[in-house]
Ligand binder design. Structure first.
Ligand code: OOG
Ligand code: MG
Length: 257
């Protein structure tokens, strides 16, 4: 039996101090997927003990582009806290991260709780606003390499989140153009259709996975649908902007030169 709380301390320390560690799967911790989620729960509980507040969940590997980039093919999820929030138009400090990457996201805000097997219509009815967003992912593993269990234990790489202005829910979000620019130049271009054919399907999956973990997606929480495109490595001084059709834009500048 693996002591998942002890392993959680290893990943939490790595995240807290922005120091890379070896992959758990290669350093003697052969976690099952269930144990990996237990490690995630323990490590995020440590953050809550330090005063952070859970504000929602993120979904991962909901698009082919992401699965191909990272070589992992299963849906994963992680927890979001208020300490991960970055200000729209603000600055990102590279020294808080190991080797951060950024990716375009769509975020839902829930007006009612959601859990278990829900239909697409029930998921849609639980959303009162949608915003363009970007996620800063920062694997705590050396070289950004991991197995499915490793990445789940590491809160599915989630490190930062910048959310644009909340929008009333457009009628159809199944095929919205998305672009992410570095210093005004498009570096990733895609469509919300890349997210399981329709980002609401990611919310349906989030409700199911939450229930499997004995959790409810709470009213007021945000649910990040997963990137529609591959992620890009952040560099000093770069201005990153993401624009989504019907949703508007969100931006952040990396400190340094
Ligand atoms: C894992 C997180 C995946 C997404 O949007 O697909 C993810 C990673 O790529 O490190 O956040
Ligand atoms: Mg993501």
């Amino acid at each position: 039996m693996i002591d998942t709380a002890a392993v959680a301390q290893i990943v939490d320390d790595a995240a807290h101090t922005a120091q890379a560690i070896g992959q758990l799967s290669e350093t003697g911790y052969a976690l099952t997927l269930a144990e990996a989620y237990e490690v995630q729960a323990w490590s995020m509980a440590r953050r809550v003990d330090r005063g952070e507040k859970i504000i929602g969940v993120k979904m991962g590997f909901t698009s082919k582009a992401k699965m191909v980039q990272m070589g992992v093919a299963d849906l994963i999820w992680g927890r979001l806290t208020d300490a991960m929030l970055l200000e729209d138009g603000g600055e990102l400090n590279l020294s808080n991260y190991v080797h951060p990457r950024i990716e375009p996201e769509i975020v839902f805000r829930l007006s009612k709780p959601l859990t278990g097997e829900v239909t697409l219509l029930e998921a849609m009815a639980a959303v009162d606003a949608i915003a363009p967003a970007m996620e800063v992912i920062d694997s705590r593993y050396e070289n950004f390499k991991f197995s499915l269990e490793d990445v789940v234990a590491d809160n599915s790489s989630s490190s930062g989140l910048v959310i644009g202005a909340w929008q009333s829910v457009p009628e159809d979000i199944s095929n919205l153009g998305i672009a992410m620019e570095f210093n005004g130049k498009p570096v990733q271009v895609g469509s919300s259709a890349a997210i399981m054919g329709n980002p609401y399907r990611s919310l349906v999956a989030a409700a199911r996975l939450a229930a499997e973990a004995g959790m409810v997606l709470e009213k007021g929480w945000v649910v990040m649908a997963g990137a529609a495109t591959a992620a890009e490595a952040l560099m000093p001084g770069v201005h990153v902007r993401m624009v989504a059709e019907k949703l508007g834009c969100v931006e952040i500048t990396v400190n340094g030169e």
